[in-house]
Design a binder for this molecule. Structure first.
Ligand SMILES: [Zn+2]
Length: 252
C-alpha cells in the first residue's frame, strides 16, 4: 500500500483547484494513505474540508516557523488546535529560509506549544528544520518526544548517527540526497511526496511510484520491498495511537 507521510493539499503549495481535485480523486482511486500536513491555521481548516472527500486523507495541524510572528497573539488558539489534531506538522525551526526576519524570535515559543502537546499525548510530529539541526535535535530530546519525524533532513551527516540512536524517523521526498538516504536505517525510513509538481502536473500515485523506483534502485532492493519498509514503519508509528485506529484498519 502507498502511504505518503507528508503532502500539502493546501493552496500555498497546490495552487490549481483542478489539480487538487485530481490529486484527491487519485488518492481515493489508488487508496493512498495521505498525511496532509499544513502550514498555517487557514490551511489546516481548508485541509479538514478536503479530507471530507476521502477516508484516506488524514490532516495534520501545523504552522510553519516562517509565519510565527503572525501568530504571536494566537498562541492559545494554536494550543487548542494542537490538542484537537490527530497529528502535528509541518512545524519546526528555520531561520535559513525565513523571508521575513520578524518570525525568528517567535519561532521557538510557537514550536514549544507543539512540543508540549506531542509530549503530553504522544503525537506524531512532522518536523521542518533547516539550519541549526543540532540545536533542534537537543530541543526534541529535552521534551521526551517519541514520534518525531525529520522531514527532508538536510543537516550534518555526523548528526545522523545520533538521530538514529534516538530512533527518530526521516521522511525522504522526491529529490532526496543519496548519501544521506543510505545512512538512514530501514526501520526509520518513511516516504513523502511533500509538494506535487505544478508544471507537468502528476497525480500522487505517479509521483509515489517514481520515488519507489528511484530509491529502491539506490538501496539495491525492489520497489515492493521499499513500499513494505515504509508501511511497516508507519504501522509502528501509529500502532498505539487510538486517534489513528481508522488509519490502522485501512492499512491492515
Ligand atoms: Zn512540507
Amino acid at each position: 500500500m502507498f502511504i505518503d507521510t507528508h503532502l500539502h493539499l493546501e493552496k500555498r503549495w497546490l495552487k490549481d483547484d483542478a489539480h487538487r481535485q485530481l490529486a484527491i480523486d487519485d488518492i481515493n482511486k489508488n487508496k493512498i494513505i495521505t498525511w496532509a500536513v499544513t502550514s498555517d491555521i487557514p490551511a489546516y481548516k481548508k485541509t479538514l474540508e478536503y479530507a471530507k472527500q476521502s477516508k484516506y486523507i488524514f490532516p495534520c495541524f501545523g504552522v510553519l516557523p516562517w509565519y510565527a510572528h503572525e501568530y504571536v497573539d494566537r498562541f492559545d488558539e494554536i494550543a487548542k488546535l494542537c490538542e484537537e489534531a490527530i497529528m502535528l506538522g509541518e512545524i519546526g525551526l528555520d531561520e535559513k529560509y525565513a523571508k521575513e526576519k520578524a518570525c525568528i524570535p517567535h519561532q521557538k515559543p510557537m514550536f514549544k506549544i507543539f512540543l508540549k502537546e506531542a509530549e503530553k499525548n504522544n503525537k506524531i510530529m512532522n518536523l521542518h528544520f533547516r539550519g541549526k539541526e543540532r540545536e533542534s535535535f537537543e530541543i526534541i530530546k529535552s521534551y521526551k518526544i517519541k514520534k518525531p519525524i525529520f522531514h527532508g533532513y538536510s543537516g550534518d551527516i555526523d548528526l545522523m548517527k545520533e538521530l538514529n540512536d534516538e530512533g527518530y524517523y526521516y521522511t525522504i521526498g522526491q529529490r532526496y540526497n543519496q548519501e544521506r538516504l543510505l545512512l538512514i536505517p530501514d526501520d526509520l525510513l518513511l516516504l513523502e511526496i511533500d509538494v506535487l509538481p505544478t508544471e507537468n502536473f502528476k497525480v500522487p500515485s505517479e509521483v509515489f511510484l517514481d520515488m519507489l523506483e528511484r530509491y529502491a534502485k539506490i538501496k539495491k532492493i525492489t520497489p515492493e520491498e521499499l513500499e513494505a519498509i515504509n508501511q511497516k514503519n508507519v504501522l509502528r508509528l501509529i500502532g498505539d495511537d487510538p486517534n489513528l485506529s481508522e488509519m490502522k484498519k485501512l492499512i491492515q
